[in-house]
Design a protein around this ligand. Sequence first.
Ligand code: AMP
Length: 301
Amino acid sequence: MSILVVGSVAFDTIETPHHGRADEVLGGSASYFAVAASYFAPVKLVAVIGEDFPAKEKDFLASRNIDLEGLSVSKGKTFRWTGRYHEDMNIRDTLDLQLNVFSTFSPVLPQSYRNSPFVFLANINPGLQDGVLDQMTTTPRLIACDTITHWIEGARKELEALLKRVEMMVINDEEARMLSGETNVVRAARKILGMGPKTLLVKRGEYGVLSFSPNSVFAVPAYPLEEVFDPTGAGDSFAGGMMGYLAASGDLSEANVRKGIVYGSVVASFVVEDFSLNRLRTLTRDDIDRRYRQFVSLTEF
Ligand code: AMP
């Protein structure tokens, strides 16, 4: 089953404490999600790029079998984001953000996208995320969304309206605390589940992921790596791998969602091994399955 993703396609500039920097490399929440999900299921991408977006990057996305009918080209420059990681790579600062063509982005779904059974609303204005759902002609089997502190602070009403329409929310611990007003992550999760989603996945960087639903909690560590080059996009790749697995199997049982969470964690663990989406340019499905088996033995007792 196919997955629709709406979000950003960007050029990122990344500064790291020990592995140097990368300038104007492919990034964006939708790029990471789409490529990660493409290992499992067909993906339909909705985003905007500027006239400066290189054909070779478009070809890369197309080579992953990602449907680009919804990738529109606007007059102007592609969205740019610059981030710097601290010594503790779970912490980063945004140094610069140039919205460019993204500032007027209003997603319009091509006709062939409107019956997608799986929908991921990556980080964009919650009002626009809501507008995407209004364009669906059939009820999706699973709607999931992400957000960032910027929208929790600046568009809370719109975000709360959106949350009534989504089954799954995927955010990091800082966002969960801000959204709920609770410092304890378990209490935060309980409050957010009261806002609409049936499942809340809390991403905790190198500490892994916590999954909350009304009757259960599931914890998965991050795959232990000796070196993390660039954590950018780990969260979106996690969501892509997880939803990709669910869309491929079509099984939304709790046991299968847990497997999806492990697949998502595996894909994210590869992404952070290099800058940008570079590791995904060579990664194979066999590599993913091999590390999945290692992950199973890592967590077995
Ligand atoms: P993650 O590390 O999973 O949070 O994703 C980082 C990606 O999100 C980067 O590739 C950025 O290009 C993109 N990004 C950063 N800020 C924004 C924003 N305000 N809106 C949309 N995408 C963003």
